[in-house]
Design a protein around this ligand. Structure first.
Ligand code: NI
Length: 170
């Protein structure tokens, strides 16, 4: 099932999500639906709050279907190590049409559970490191806008308010 993506302005995006506690068939179905919804929206990462489900669950595939082994499920993820800096353009499916250059850690290690509840650690660099940080932020109710300068953030928020008024948002 493809879920619609919740857009910026919906409070579910700005509240901390609840831990995943059940690792049964319902979770596996939700994970499959999240991959399907992410691919349909042409994204490389999706957090459950972005489909209106306030759970600490995210999916990532930075290869966008090229490599089935690149599919990652992060339940209850925690960032356990960060190093270096790397600047790259970043966007979010919940804030469509906007992208900003953003400096983030270059190398990041995440600790999380997979769809079976098994804990694992994974280290990523550059785009994968960025995805770990971006998706974990989502689960803490944080959007990439919060990492921008106040000036850039306000500019984007102003543009979004105009789109809302014009009925072209959400
Ligand atoms: Ni996002």
């Amino acid at each position: 099932m493809i879920y619609p993506i919740v857009k910026y302005g919906n409070p579910v995006l700005e509240k901390p999500a609840e831990p995943v506690t059940e690792f049964g068939d319902d979770l596996k179905k939700l994970v499959e639906d999240m991959f399907e919804s992410m691919y349909a929206a042409r994204g490389v990462g999706l957090a459950a709050p972005q489909i209106g489900i306030s759970k600490r669950l995210a999916v990532i595939d930075i290869t966008f279907k090229e490599d089935p082994n690149a599919r990652l499920v992060l339940a209850n993820p925690e960032i356990i190590h960060k190093e270096g800096r790397h600047k790259q353009s970043e966007g979010c499916l919940s804030i469509p049409e906007f992208r900003e250059e953003l400096s983030r850690a270059k190398k990041v290690t995440v600790r999380a559970q997979d769809e079976n509840g098994k804990w694992f650690e994974k280290t990523g660099e550059e785009l994968l490191a960025r995805a770990f940080l971006h998706e974990t932020d989502h689960l803490n109710g944080k959007l990439y806008l919060s990492h921008l300068s106040a000036l850039k953030r306000d500019l984007i928020k102003r543009k979004i308010r105009k789109l809302v008024k014009a009925g072209e948002w959400g």
